[in-house]
Design a protein around this ligand. Structure first.
Ligand SMILES: [Zn+2]
Length: 260
C-alpha cells in the first residue's frame, strides 16, 4: 500500500501529523521558492506542482481535478468568493497525492473514497495555513482567540469555517466549539455535520458549551425568523466563561456568557 493510502487510516494526533506531512510534501518546492510570501498564493503553488488551473463560469461542487499528460488540470467555478476559491484549489491539490505520476498521464493509486475526501480537506487547511505561517504571525503567542481568528481570516485569507478548524483542531490555538446554527420554529439548533470542536474537549463540556451557545443565540437573535442561520465560535477559557465570535459577519459581537 502506498504511503498516501495508508495515511487515510490514521486518527487523532497521528492524523494531524500525517496531514501536516502530506502538506509539507506538496509545499516543498513552493516553500523553497517563496519562503516569505504570505498568504499562500494558490496559483503559484499549483504551478509548482505541475497543475494548471482552468476557470469555467459555473461548476457544481466548486472544482474538479483531471489527470492530463504531464500533470493535472483543476477546473474551477468562476463564481466562488476568494476564500472559497482558495479552499477549493487547495483541496484539489491534495488529491494529487493519490495518483501515481510516473506514467505519462497520472493514474489513481486506489479508487476514490469518503476517507480520501475528508483527508484532502485536512491537508487543504494546512496548505493554506502552514505551520511556518502560524509561527511567523506569532499566533501561538496571542492570548485573545478573537484576535487569532481575525488574523487567520485577514492575513491568511481563510474562510471562517476553515479558520475555525485551523484554530480549534489543527493547531489548537484555542479550545472551544464552532459551527453553523439555524433558526427552527422551536428555536436555534446546531446544523448536523457542520459542527467542529477542539479534540481536547470532552463530550460533557461540549454539551454544556452548546447549551451556552443556544442560550446566547436565543437571547441575542430572538427576533430572527425561522430559516435564518449563523455560524458561531465559542471558546472555553480557564474560568469556564466563554467568548462568543459570530463567524458570519465582520468580527464584532463578543460577550461572555457564564456556565449555568
Ligand atoms: Zn475532493
Amino acid at each position: 500500500m502506498s504511503a498516501a493510502v495508508s495515511w487515510l487510516e490514521s486518527r487523532g494526533d497521528e492524523r494531524r501529523a500525517v496531514a501536516e506531512e502530506a502538506a509539507a510534501i506538496l509545499l516543498r518546492e513552493y516553500r523553497h521558492r517563496f519562503p516569505s510570501l504570505l498568504p499562500i498564493d494558490v496559483r503559484k503553488l499549483a504551478t509548482s506542482l505541475g497543475v494548471r488551473i482552468h476557470t469555467v463560469p459555473r461548476l457544481p461542487g466548486d472544482a474538479r481535478l483531471f489527470p492530463v499528460p504531464g500533470g493535472f488540470t483543476v477546473v474551477i467555478s468562476g463564481e466562488l468568493s476568494s476564500a472559497r476559491y482558495r479552499t477549493a484549489i487547495a483541496h484539489e491539490l491534495a488529491h494529487t497525492l493519490f495518483y501515481r505520476t510516473s506514467a505519462k498521464v497520472p493514474t489513481r493509486l486506489a479508487s476514490h473514497t469518503a476517507a480520501e475526501e475528508h483527508f484532502c480537506f485536512d491537508v487543504a487547511r494546512r496548505l493554506l495555513a502552514p505551520r511556518w505561517h502560524i509561527k511567523a504571525l506569532g499566533l501561538e503567542r496571542l492570548k485573545d482567540p478573537a484576535e487569532v481568528f481575525v488574523r487567520l481570516i485577514r492575513l491568511l485569507k481563510l474562510s471562517r469555517p476553515v479558520a475555525a478548524r485551523v484554530m480549534l483542531d489543527d493547531y489548537r490555538l484555542a479550545s472551544g466549539i464552532a459551527g453553523r446554527w439555524s433558526r427552527l420554529p422551536s428555536g436555534w439548533s446546531p446544523e448536523p455535520g457542520r459542527q467542529y470542536s477542539s479534540p481536547d474537549i470532552k463530550a460533557e463540556v461540549r454539551r454544556r458549551l452548546r447549551k451556552v451557545a443556544r442560550d446566547y443565540l436565543e437571547g441575542e437573535l430572538a427576533n430572527k425568523a425561522p430559516g435564518a442561520s449563523i455560524s458561531v465560535l465559542f471558546e472555553a477559557n480557564r474560568d469556564a466563561a466563554f467568548v462568543v465570535v459570530p463567524l458570519s459577519r465582520e468580527l464584532v459581537a463578543r460577550s461572555e456568557p457564564q456556565w449555568t
